[in-house]
Design a protein around this ligand. Structure first.
Ligand SMILES: *[C@@H]1O[C@H](CO)[C@@H](O)[C@H](O)[C@H]1NC(C)=O
Ligand SMILES: *[C@@H]1O[C@H](CO)[C@@H](O)[C@H](O)[C@H]1NC(C)=O
Length: 990
């Protein structure tokens, strides 16, 4: 029987779904130890004593999940009984000496010291201590003292270097040091092992750090070697080719050595390889050649090997294959199901390949198979894959219904069909073998079948993001005692009320997601969820206070709690001491700021009604990385100590509160801050120059405060700064020329509007804004700023409207210098900023001509130069700006004929009003001598440059929660007056 080592906590879905079980043989060495017989003479008393002493040197952890393999075997070890009869002990039938100890997965906790009585059992031949917790102790060199040791398994949390004495175990046949992630092997020790252990047939070093080992050290491996597992060992460089000529090699796993290269023989394979793993390596692999040469191959693991194109159609039939992993290779097209011998297949992972089409139908009808050549739609195979245990097809483009045979496979344990386009109902599983069922992100509809209650072994279930409907009956879950991971979010038609009021179900739950499930209360069954770690109840209708009983739930386990987008009014004292992530944003929380648990790293109470001040005790949160208190009514000062938190702090968002005083000044060297958002407060004083220590800064938003400072030119050296918003403050003075050659190398959004800046626009600044120049960079992929936890959002003025960019597309670029006192000409260099989407210089004192170079800004969507003193004609080049939706040149001294054609046919009077000398559509027609002369200066009144004047774009503040990403058409917009035509066209039409 093959045993699978199940890792906890179970929510490490990836680990379980892909890592462990995709390499089932990594534990196969265990089975070779599994039968020890005990019909022997009484064991020697000193050996019995030594064993008992050994037992007592550990604390024994009884796990709730014991099974035939994992349980405390030492429970049967009792003083006064024959040790040869104890669990896990084998004695020599002639001498009575203890020759075998198998304490694998026995809950041993504690270190093994060199004085351990284990080492007095000199006759040991087989020792298995795998899967215990030896507290990261090192492997004692005493392990090298067992002269007759043949099998040694120390696959268990050891650290440090491997002792060189291990190479004295010259009779060693099998050595397993897997799972010792803190253990290191260096080239000399490895060379000694390879040289001295000439009888070695099995070598398992899964996870041992060999990043300093030269792969050449494996050159002289014993020719008796049958199994070599070097999974995720950090090996780099080229693996010796001769490995493929070892005459007995049956198992080779070099997977997850990201930088390991090598090549496979092109012909004459001499190895009887049965199992080959080269996933996520840089081996050059000719798949058809590999498969046609390795006739004995049964297990093949080639995840992420960069195969492309229609490779698969040319493969020979995989008649022997029992396990096949070709995941994440982006093959595309239809998968040729007929390639597989469905009868012997137990493990199939084709995730992440953009496969299209449907799962094959099974028919035993030969004529149907023959005629299926004509139907391209659904493929047929002639055998039910009745031995499948893993069917992993996540992240493809598969559609149609899930065929009925899937529900009839007796041994199916893992079924992952998530992230596809499957439709239809979920059928009835006819056996109770399922352990993991992932159906999320499809188009499934109908109810959650009652028959699921039979899957008593189910550990993980996700049905989120489908169109399931009907009542989820609590009966379904009453027998699912093993369920640890449950996600039913985002099925708008699914009714959960009977389920959420059930009690005493799901005792082992560790991760629950019921986001967007219309819950009005916290599910009652959580009262007994002792092991809950990760709870997401966001986007529901949970009202009022958090109930008292809930504060007792998962006291020692809960590390992530998401209650955002509900109607909670208070949370009380938060008791969870291990909590790492707490999201309370968009509720109705009142009163003072809740005090988050001490070890929190993500904390958001954004968009509530929190009042009072930010206590300086917030600085006790020394691990906080994301702190979002924005959109509340917090008042008084920002605790100056917040600047000292920058060892961990990545995002600090205090926007839209009533904070006053100055900005903390103590940002130290090595500060990690990535974004600092203080917009919409009453902060005054200067910008702290210590911010220049925060070399990772990407977003700085100080808009709408009372900051009284000159332009922070010293920020120009920040290499990552993308967004700088100083809007509506008391900034003053000239911008001046940059001090460095490439100022603001990454800047994409700059808003200096509504300040008191004066002086000329700095040509040398615009000349070098590199990030705004390359319009075509990364065009293929939409990227957003921020990361998994936190997406940056800022409010900017786009086409005259305030928009909150809920996500900032990383390529989005705008310049807004409006409403200042800038004078002089518009620098020609602006024309180089080719990725600009918006440019606003309105309400200044700019003079001179509109530079024709603006015509180069082909991505420009809005251009506002209104209320300045610009003269001359409108350059004809502007006609070439294809996307220009808004043009405002009003209230200037422009004259001459308005250019015609293209976008210019869509602009109305509003674009030109207040320029007495302009003519042509849409203004009055040009007469013979009209429009040729500048109007006499006396007709222009200086006080025309009023913000309210002349131009009637409605300034609309979008309500909270209304997000919008320009160019993506996400979300929706709310306007106080009707929607302007251009907006309707751009966002709703076309
Ligand atoms: C064995 O060594 C450890 C560590 O050196 C020590 O703590 C322990 O007391 C020793 N045990 C015995 C029985 O001497
Ligand atoms: C090791 O095996 C040899 C040969 O079977 C035997 O003579 C010797 O006593 C064994 N040594 C120990 C320590 O068991």
């Amino acid at each position: 029987m093959e045993r699978v080592f199940v890792f906890r906590p179970s929510h490490l879905l990836l680990l379980i779904c892909f890592l462990l079980l995709s390499q089932p043989y990594c534990s196969s060495s265990l089975s070779s130890f599994s039968s020890f017989n005990s019909s022997t003479p009484l064991c020697h008393s000193h050996q019995s004593f030594a064993l008992l002493q050994f037992k007592h040197s550990f604390s024994i952890e009884e796990s709730a999940d014991s099974d035939n393999y994992c349980y405390p075997k030492t429970n049967s070890w009792k003083m006064g009984t024959d040790c040869c009869g104890w669990d896990g002990i084998t004695c020599d039938t002639m001498t009575g000496h203890v020759i075998g100890v198998d304490l694998s997965c026995s809950g041993l906790v504690g270190p093994i010291h060199p004085n351990s009585t284990l080492f007095s059992l000199r006759h040991l031949q087989k020792l298995n201590l795998g899967y215990n917790d030896f507290n990261d102790s090192t492997i004692s060199s005493k392990f090298g003292g067992f002269a007759n040791m043949t099998h040694l398994n120390l696959a268990s949390s050891f650290t440090g270097n491997i002792p060189s004495k291990i190479s004295h175990l010259s009779k060693l046949v099998s050595l397993d040091l897997s799972w010792n992630f803190g253990m290191r092997i260096e080239t000399p020790s490895l060379k000694r092992l390879v040289q001295n252990l000439t009888h070695l047939t099995e070598l398992f070093l899964f996870g041992v750090d060999m990043s300093y080992v030269s792969p050449n050290s494996f050159m002289n491996l014993s020719s008796s070697l049958t199994s070599l597992n070097l999974f995720e060992c950090g090996l780099k460089g080229r693996f010796p080719d001769n490995i493929f000529h070892l005459p007995n090699l049956q198992l080779l796993d070099l997977s997850y050595n990201y930088n390991l290269t090598g090549s496979l023989p092109t012909y004459n394979w001499s190895t009887p390889l049965k199992s080959l793993g080269l996933s996520i390596t840089e081996f050059l692999i000719d798949l058809p050649n590999l498969i046609s040469n390795l006739k004995s191959l049964k297990k093949l693991y080639l995840r992420r090997c960069n195969f492309t194109g229609s490779y698969l159609a040319h493969l020979p039939n995989l008649t022997q294959i029992t396990s096949l992993d070709l995941s994440y290779n982006n093959f595309g097209g239809q998968f040729p199901w007929s390639l597989l011998n469905f009868e012997v297949l137990t493990y199939l992972d084709l995730s992440g390949n953009n496969f299209i089409g449907q799962l094959p139908e099974v028919t035993t009808n030969l004529t149907q198979i023959l005629s299926s050549n004509n139907s391209s739609n659904s493929q047929l195979v002639n055998k039910i894959p009745s031995n499948l245990e893993h069917l992993l097809l996540s992240r493809n483009l598969l559609n149609g219904t899930v065929p009925s045979w899937v529900y009839t496979i007796p041994s199916l344990r893992f079924l992952c069909l998530n992230y596809n386009q499957f439709t239809g109902h979920i059928g009835d599983f006819q056996h109770n073998s399922l352990v993991v069922l992932l159906l999320n992100n499809n188009n499934l509809h109908g109810p959650l079948p009652l028959s699921l209650s039979k899957s008593v072994n189910l550990s993980e279930l996700s049905i989120s993001f489908n169109n399931l409907s009907g009542n989820v009956e609590s009966k379904i879950f009453s027998k699912l005692k093993s369920l640890q991971y449950l996600d039913m979010s985002n099925n708008p038609l699914l009714s959960l009320s009977s389920f959420t009021f059930a009690t005493n179900i799901l005792p082992k739950l560790s991760s629950l997601s019921l986001s967007s499930c219309k819950l009005s209360e916290i599910p009652h069954f959580l009262r007994t969820a002792e092991y809950i770690e990760d709870l997401n109840l966001s986007k529901n209708q949970i009202k009022g206070n958090i109930p008292k009983w809930f504060l007792e739930v998962g006291k020692d386990s809960l590390y992530s709690l998401n209650l955002s987008y509900n109607f909670l009014t208070s949370v009380g004292h938060l008791p969870w001491k291990y909590m790492d992530i707490l999201d309370l944003r968009s509720n109705m929380l009142q009163g003072p700021l809740p005090v988050p648990p001490l070890f929190i790293s993500f904390f958001s109470v954004s968009r509530n009604n929190i009042t009072g001040q930010i206590s300086s005790s917030i600085c006790n949160l020394s691990f906080v990385s994301y702190l979002d208190l924005s959109y509340n009514h917090l008042s008084n000062l920002i605790p100056p100590c917040l600047g000292n938190l920058s060892d961990y702090l990545i995002d600090l968002d205090l926007r839209s509160n009533n904070l006053n005083g100055t900005i903390p000044t103590t940002f130290a060297k090595g500060c990690y801050l990535r974004s600092l958002k203080l917009n919409g407060n009453q902060l005054e004083g200067l910008l702290p120059q210590s911010l220049v220590h925060c070399r990772n800064l990407e977003v700085l938003d100080f808009g709408n405060n009372k900051i009284n400072s000159t332009f922070p030119r010293w920020l120009e050296t920040l290499p990552e700064l993308r967004v700088l918003i100083l809007r509506s403050n008391k900034f003053h003075g000239a911008l001046g020329n940059p001090k460095t050659k490439f100022p603001f190398p990454n800047l994409r959004i700059i808003d200096l509007s509504h300040n008191e800046f004066h002086g000329c626009l700095p040509t040398n600044l615009f000349k070098y804004l590199k990030a705004m120049m390359n319009a075509s960079a990364d065009k293929g992929e939409l990227k957003y700023m921020g990361d998994y936890y936190y997406q940056d959002s800022v409010t900017i003025v786009m086409k005259g409207f305030f928009f909150e960019l809920v996500k900032i597309q990383s390529l989005f670029t705008t310049i807004d210098f409006s409403n200042n006192n800038f004078k002089g000409e518009i620098p020609k260099a602006i024309g180089e900023l080719r990725s600009l989407k918006g440019l606003n210089f309105s309400h200044n004192n700019l003079s001179g001509h509109v530079p024709p170079s603006l015509g180069n800004l082909t991505n420009l969507e809005w251009l506002d130069l209104s209320s300045n003193k610009l003269t001359g004609e409108i350059p004809i080049q502007l006609v070439d700006i294809t996307y220009l939706a808004i043009l405002n040149l009003s209230e200037n001294y422009l004259f001459g004929q308005i250019p015609q054609g293209k976008q210019f046919n869509t602009f109305t009077n509003d674009s030109y009003n207040g320029n007495l000398g302009l003519c042509g559509f849409p203004m009055k027609a040009c007469g013979n001598d009209e429009g040729q002369q500048p109007p006499p200066p006396s007709t222009i009144q200086e006080d025309n440059f009023k913000f309210e004047n002349g131009f009637h774009w409605k300034v609309v503040l979008l309500g909270y929660g209304v997000g919008f990403m320009f160019g993506l058409g996400l979300g929706y917009l709310v306007f106080s007056s009707g929607k302007p035509i251009w907006l309707v066209n751009i966002f709703y039409g076309e």
